[in-house]
Design a protein around this ligand. Sequence first.
Ligand SMILES: [Zn+2]
Length: 272
Amino acid sequence: MRLFDSHCHLQDARFDKDRKEVLKRASAAGVAAVVVCGEDLASSKAAIALADQSVHPSILPAIGFHPHEAAGATDAALINIQKLAASSQVSAIGEIGLDFYREMAPRHVQRSVFDAQLAIASDMSLPVSIHSRDAEEDLRPHLVPFASKSPLKAQGRPLGVLHAFGGTLRQASEYAELGFLISLTCSAGYPRNSEARRIAANLPFSSLLIETDSPALPPQSSRGTRNEPANLRIVAEVVAEARGVAVDLVATATTANAEALLGEVAEKKVSP
Ligand SMILES: [Zn+2]
């Protein structure tokens, strides 16, 4: 089985002591590749540094300012993101987006930093990894113009991914129509999260991704602990059960979708 963790934060200090072991366990669990997402300039550079090492699973860096960090995304910092994005190692701009739940930066700042980073992605022909919390509808005025501008559309590639999607099946379907993939985490297995299981069961296979968002969102059986990419298999199992299909089928479909999303960088780095 080849699994693809489409979103995690392996550069996080919580992995400093045992990152090698964590990667080994991921590999043993069938994880062929992981996308490591930045949240500010330092963590974006750390994601690129991790990807420089030739390890298994393959590490694909994504860079950008998380909405929590939007206040720190000065013009100079965004120019730096643009320069880093020109590095052929970078697979996506992310994670970027809107968080109106914790609202750690004013909404208008989050919106303008989000737009600036969508413009970088468009300029560099890169997909985006999007965070939204209590802001699923608010994404729309940003993503509709991005969808019409992104050069990925003409290439028939997905434009980005709505990571750890917490909206409804209706919203998921609308964003899928617009050209985005929808990614589910171990939280799809939490007892109260029946909407995520509805998405897992009903969204076309071609629009689904899976991720761990490690070290966040551990599986139900180990809530409150650090999550790691080896647990990706649990997400695949939750999706398989919701759809009534074999877990291998989920692995094959979501890995192919991740490779289509990440394009050349994935082709170069991820061995079959
Ligand atoms: Zn994340």
